[in-house]
Design a protein around this ligand. Structure first.
Ligand code: GLU
Length: 450
């Protein structure tokens, strides 16, 4: 039956490869839940879950600094609002298409259900590439994008945020245009700057959360992050704060990357070095290869597309924090990680491991925290930002961080409980899928056929 659903998804939208991958993974986990709950099949829950509530697709024309006109495509997938307003980020990246955003929106539904906060799932974005664009070009793009998006979103309807290519700068321009068009100042976006409604710890939240999750997993084996060598991919928001938190836990981080290549710093990336990376990436908007000019003890390796594996994952280490993008760890990478001694993987990115790689992690018995659970800290603090906006107050750093820690602790426990209940103790993939699924599905059934 669950196999049939994947076939339905494939035959309806044959080109949405990443969406099929995300659906396939959830279906695999929830088979025993369906067997125990025949009412789910009767209610055609799976058929309803794979069909977004709404897909919005629109033209985004904009003018560059030379006066030339460009046309990009804008999207918002409102996937499921059974437990709260649609919630999820916007991704601006040339690879963005409907299939990628549907996979992200689908994952978001289950991830948000795990956070303990009342948020449905959505995702959006554009194939616009902010890389190399001037601030004015990015502003004009964001304004035109919001000219269409604004009529579909609202603080109780759909609350977008950032994702790859959408950070504080983009959220600012998007919010400015929303406020002008809607003539209201409301918490319609999260990831806002502090001065105008943002939450403390929101920029840090995904990275911090992924490290808290890794620490929770390690505690189950009486281990800690103290003194462990860690591989981190990416160098954006998630990766930067993953490094910060790993340093708090006294771990040693030796890698960072971008789409062109990666750096390996045998001496470890310390506070000073990560502060340099933040300036390089967030202010100068430079590339990670510049790191080796500043710190010549590190080695830069360019991406070699002819290689069947990513050399970043082929260094001796204890833990891995994939924090770049989907499918960045293939089967060979997964085998290399295990061969090199990695015993804990916590996914800061969404679906960074191919299904065969995830199987290798599980079969080897290492601690493997899938993105849906491990990177849920970001959207969790977005939920806390919404709460603060509704209450018109701001919590302190300590208060938000404390809540984030509690949420990650609860997600970890929920995953373990659900995995054990369905006969696969310690399997965080099954645990996350099952717990998220049951909460959403029970809510859908309560609310009738809509
Ligand atoms: N884009 C992030 C995610 O994948 C955050 C979403 C949000 O804060 O709404 O979960």
């Amino acid at each position: 039956m669950s196999q049939d659903i994947l076939q339905i998804a494939k035959s309806k939208d044959p080109y949405e490869r990443e969406f099929h991958q995300a659906v396939g993974e959830v279906m695999e986990s929830i088979r025993p839940v369906l067997d125990r709950n025949p009412q789910y099949r009767k209610a055609k829950i799976l058929e309803r879950l794979i069909e977004p509530d709404r897909v919005i697709m629109f033209r985004v024309p904009w003018m560059d600094d030379q006066g030339e006109i460009h046309v990009n495509r804008g999207f918002r997938i409102e996937m499921n609002n059974a437990i709260g307003p649609y919630k999820g980020g916007l991704r601006f990246h040339p690879s963005v298409n409907l299939g990628i955003l549907k996979f992200l929106a689908f994952e978001q539904v289950f991830k948000n259900a795990l956070t303990t906060l009342p948020m449905g799932g959505g995702k959006g974005g554009s194939d616009f590439d902010p890389k190399g664009k001037s601030d004015n070009e990015v502003m004009r793009f964001c304004q035109t994008f919001m000219c269409e998006l604004f009529r579909h979103i609202g603080p109780d309807t759909d609350v977008p945020a950032g994702d790859i290519g959408v950070g504080a700068r983009e959220i600012g321009y998007l919010f400015g245009m929303y406020k002008k068009l809607a003539n209201e100042f409301t918490g319609v976006l999260t990831g806002k700057s502090l001065n105008w409604g943002g939450s403390l710890i929101r920029p840090e939240a995904t990275g911090y959360g992924s490290v808290y999750f890794a620490s929770e997993m390690m505690t189950t084996r009486n281990k800690s992050l103290d003194g462990k060598t860690c591989l981190v991919s990416g160098s954006g928001n998630v990766a930067q704060f993953t490094v910060d938190k790993l340093l708090d836990f006294k771990a040693k981080v030796v890698t960072l990357s971008d789409s062109s290549g990666y750096i390996y710093d045998e001496e470890g990336i310390d506070r000073k070095k990560i502060a340099y990376v933040k300036k390089l990436k967030n202010i100068r908007r430079g590339r990670i290869k510049e790191y080796v000019q500043e710190y010549p003890s590190a080695v830069y390796t360019a991406v070699d597309p002819s290689l069947s594996y990513n050399p970043l994952w082929n260094h001796k280490a204890d833990c891995a924090f994939p924090s770049a993008t989907q499918n960045e760890i293939n089967e060979e990478d997964a085998r290399n990680l295990i061969k090199n001694g990695v015993f804990a993987v916590s996914e800061g990115a969404n679906m960074p491991t191919v299904p065969g790689g995830a199987d290798i992690f599980r079969e080897s018995g290492i601690l493997y925290g899938p993105g849906k659970a491990a990177n849920a800290g970001g959207v969790s603090v977005s939920g806390l930002e919404m709460t603060q906006n509704s209450m018109r107050i701001s919590w302190t750093r300590e208060e938000v961080d404390q809540r984030l820690k509690m949420i990650m602790h609860s997600i970890h426990r929920t995953c373990l409980e659900a995995a054990a209940e369905y006969g696969t103790p310690g399997n965080y993939v099954n645990g996350a899928n099952i717990a998220g699924f049951v909460k959403v599905v029970e809510s859908m059934i309560d609310q009738g056929l809509v």
